[in-house]
Ligand binder design. Structure first.
Ligand SMILES: C[S@@+](CC[C@H](N)C(=O)[O-])C[C@H]1O[C@@H](n2cnc3c(N)ncnc32)[C@H](O)[C@@H]1O
Length: 248
């Protein structure tokens, strides 16, 4: 599935809402602070709705965000506009589809297939980086993602594949002769919902479920697992990521 088909407007809205309460960006940018200090420009590959591109555009002279999914690119443009960030250029394209200029920092966070062991991106990305590269991937030790390990066998009859983990990226880089610094970060990626019905929609959509029996199961399951916070229902999600970075 192309990322443009996966990232519907509704999924992007959920992603954005979770990001607003997440400490992901300060944790990542804290891990690479010595490198960011040396940079004036950054290229964020698979920038999504701007988790890192937005805070970087606040600090750096110029940021380019490469983002192929139209709904994500639209959300990112809105975020930049709301903050009056005129130094953020959005290129609605996938890696390899458009010519790119070198930037001081090349960054890529949570774009699983680009960060796989044999991905050409691992070889290509550093050639666009004047000062350094930073890659972010799930690390071993995160909580179960949105109860998927429990829910997949019950509702889909198969185990959940689990997160893509950082070791294979480090191995892929080692084959290229790159010995990066790996800094682990722990952060919150809790997902808020207005009500239980919206939470059920989230799991139905992410798991590709249909029909009332699945929805009824989820309603009972989520009523017991989500945490009430004021008017909202929160799916708690403690994440651990590896920030894999090196200087050129
Ligand atoms: C899980 S999101 C991560 C977004 C952001 N980096 C973050 O950490 O919040 C993955 C993003 O990568 C984008 N993406 C997927 N394939 C891509 C490719 N080949 N080139 C560039 N971006 C890609 C998707 O459209 C999606 O917005």
């Amino acid at each position: 599935m192309q990322s443009g088909e996966f990232w519907t407007e509704r999924k992007v809205a959920w992603y954005r809402r979770a990001l607003r309460r997440s400490d992901f960006a300060p944790k990542v940018l804290g891990a690479i602070a010595p490198l960011v200090e040396e940079c004036e420009t950054a290229l964020d590959v698979g920038a999504g709705c701007g988790a890192l591109a937005i805070p970087l555009a606040r600090r750096l002279r110029r940021v380019t965000a490469l983002e192929p999914a139209p709904a994500m690119a639209k959300a990112l443009a809105e975020e930049a506009r709301e903050r009056g960030l005129a130094n953020l250029e959005i290129m609605e394209a996938a890696w390899g589809d458009v010519p790119l200029r070198p930037h001081d920092l090349v960054l890529c966070a949570h774009v699983g297939h680009l960060l796989q062991r044999d991905s050409p991106f691992l070889r290509q990305a550093p050639t666009f980086a004047l000062k350094g590269v930073a890659l972010v991937r799930d690390a071993t030790g995160s909580d179960d993602k949105f109860f998927f390990s429990e829910l997949y066998p019950v509702l889909l009859g198969r185990p959940y594949g689990g997160p893509c983990e950082h070791e294979e990226t480090v191995e892929g880089l080692a084959r290229l002769g790159v010995r990066p610094t790996v800094t682990f970060i722990d952060y919150r990626s809790d997902q808020p919902f207005t009500d239980l019905a919206e939470a059920c929609d989230f799991w139905m959509e992410y798991m590709g479920l249909e029909g009332e029996p699945a929805r009824a199961f989820l309603r009972d399951f989520l009523a017991a697992r989500l945490v009430r916070e004021g008017e909202e229902w929160i799916a708690p999600y403690a994440k651990r990521a590896a920030v894999i970075w090196w200087r050129r």
